[in-house]
Design a protein around this ligand. Structure first.
Ligand code: ZN
Length: 101
């Protein structure tokens, strides 16, 4: 069983924190014991001046072509559930509900 996520570096989610919290959230559900796979998506920007697409750091969104800071973020903000593989023999609700945090 596995759950696969695509997490942009600008999504506001800390992948390490997400990975450490996942087993706690999955406990008592059909996802208990499953593994969480996180695909980190790099930041990409489009320059408003020279229109070039370039990779960028989350804390430095300047154009690699001309160095201009007038850029538009076109990648790296996504938080997508890419795929879920679960054990179909699991009956939801059979176990107790997880304690709300
Ligand atoms: Zn540029």
């Amino acid at each position: 069983m596995s759950v696969r996520l695509r997490v942009g570096l600008l999504a506001g989610v800390d992948p390490a924190l997400l990975a450490s919290a996942y087993p706690l959230v999955a406990a008592g559900t059909c996802a208990e014991g499953s593994s969480l796979v996180i695909d980190a998506v790099p930041v990409q920007v489009r320059c408003r001046r020279c229109q070039q697409l370039s990779a960028a750091e989350p804390n430095r969104l300047t154009c690699r072509g001309c160095g201009d800071s007038q850029t538009e973020v076109v990648g790296g903000t996504e938080l997508l559930l890419e795929s879920v593989q679960l054990n179909l023999s699991c009956t939801p609700g059979q176990k107790s509900e997880p304690t709300p945090v």
